[in-house]
Design a protein around this ligand. Structure first.
Ligand code: ZN
Length: 442
């Protein structure tokens, strides 16, 4: 149990508790926003097909995202080996860059224990809000610990002071509540997630987000937009770092809802990233359009993905931006319908479907994260009404096809979602590869 430290006595000394205190103040301001976000999250999960039970319960930390960067010499020097292993395991399980997670752990508690309430209602190595009606968690509603607590080491005990439980829980909070991107995500978005974790990007006490990001880069973070490391020599990968050991216990399946690509999903195709520009339509090259179909347009941000996928799998597009399936992504120009190319059969389409995370077992929903991996939100194929190969497509008014939707800021459960009777451009779309390279297109 640590002794609460009165704010004004902390003076100029570096104090992680002092830094956290700002978070607590901001929590008061941000609570109403959090309630809205939670409501939206529940709605999204409901749409996802009855996964709420996993979300509300202390879900097991299974699942496998990418391993992320190789630890740098700085990381190995700064982080105790057992703690480094936990950051990397949690990073892979929740599909968040472990260097970022570790840097938050350094910022909050210097990879230490920080056991007990800090006096403001936050506790443990990741300083997670766990006491209701406290500065960290005003009001009587559930705290972040209540909502996301995770048994990281599968010992059937949930303890905010246990580093494994705290780190897996923080990873989940960062991904689900603070909008941290998946492993491979860009620097600016991780920086924003650090701001949200603290409640501000920085203040008079700590330049929180800058410090977190600078240290993450030093640990090995190399997301797009990263500055050079402060010390290039020690930012190089360390030698003899063991591979990430599996987390103990089996995969409950609940881990998948955290958004990490399930094994065999789109992660094989590359990391998802969020792009904001350009918000306009662009033509698809005729080489990827199915024979007999005329010119078609997609949102410019997915054109590079479409070209890449069609060439890689030998498939063709029959529709992109289109005023049909009005609640989906076709009107936005962020969905395609796919059929075999001139020299391939339906197995080429199924290969594409499987590469983006589709599996027959979840085909009736087709929804991410179980049946579509980022950046895809939905894959409609054999087993989903009106979609699939010729033997599975029932009813089949639109003809056999695979439908693929990219995740956008106007997709179901997102705040720009609204009825569409015409085209409008969402603020962001998650994509495999940035699209502003027209020279690549033909
Ligand atoms: Zn479609």
């Amino acid at each position: 149990m640590t002794t609460p430290v009165p704010l004004l006595l902390l003076g100029a000394g570096r104090s992680r508790r002092r830094r956290r205190s700002r978070w607590c103040v901001w929590a008061l301001v941000l609570l109403p926003v959090g309630v809205v976000v939670l409501a939206m999250l529940s709605f999204a999960l409901a749409l996802g097909g009855g996964l709420e039970q996993c979300a509300a319960s202390p879900a097991a930390p299974g699942g496998r995202g990418p391993a992320g960067p190789s630890p740098s010499r700085s990381a190995v020097a700064d982080i105790p080996a057992s703690r480094l292993r936990l950051y990397r395991q949690a990073g892979r399980a929740l599909n968040i860059d472990w260097t970022f997670l570790a840097s938050i752990g350094a910022q909050e508690c210097d990879h230490g224990s920080c056991a007990g309430d800090n006096g403001f209602g936050c506790a443990g190595p990741m300083q997670i809000a766990m006491r209701r009606r406290s500065s960290c968690s005003p009001g009587g509603g559930p705290t972040l610990w209540d909502l996301y607590k995770t048994d990281g080491n599968r010992d059937d005990r949930l303890d905010v002071n246990d580093p494994a439980d705290a780190i897996f829980t923080a990873a989940k909070v960062l991904r689900r509540e603070k909008n941290a991107p998946a492993t491979g995500g860009i620097y600016a978005e991780y920086r924003e997630a650090a701001c949200r974790y603290y409640g501000a990007c920085g203040d008079a006490v700590a330049n929180y987000a800058e410090q977190v990001m600078r240290r993450a880069v030093q640990y090995g973070f190399r997301g797009e937009g990263s500055p050079d490391p402060t010390d290039g020599a020690t930012a190089r990968p360390a030698s003899n770092v063991p591979p990430i050991p599996p987390t103990s216990g089996g995969n409950s399946g609940c881990g998948e809802q955290s958004g990490q690509p399930p094994a065999g999903g789109a992660r094989k195709l590359g990391a998802a990233r969020r792009v904001y520009q350009p918000r306009s339509l662009a033509p698809l090259p005729s080489s990827v359009v199915a024979t007999g179909f005329g010119a078609m347009q997609c949102d410019a941000r997915i054109v590079a993905d479409v070209v890449f996928l069609m060439r890689r799998f030998g498939t063709r597009v029959t529709a992109c931006q289109s005023i049909h399936s009005l609640s989906g992504e076709h009107p936005l120009g962020a969905a395609i319908d796919v059929v075999p190319g001139p020299s391939g059969g339906w197995q080429t389409v199924e290969r594409l479907a499987r590469a983006v995370g589709w599996k027959r077992a979840c085909a009736a929903s087709g929804m991410a994260p179980v049946c579509a991996s980022p950046p895809f939100r939905f894959a409609g194929y054999s087993g989903y009404p009106g979609h699939g190969d010729p033997t599975s497509c029932i009813p089949c008014g639109g003809g056999p096809h695979l439908h693929l939707s990219w995740a956008t800021s106007a997709s179901q459960g997102q705040k720009e979602n609204r009825p569409r009777t015409g085209h409008f451009a969402p603020s962001w779309i998650d994509v495999l590869r940035p699209s502003n390279q027209p020279k690549d297109l033909e």
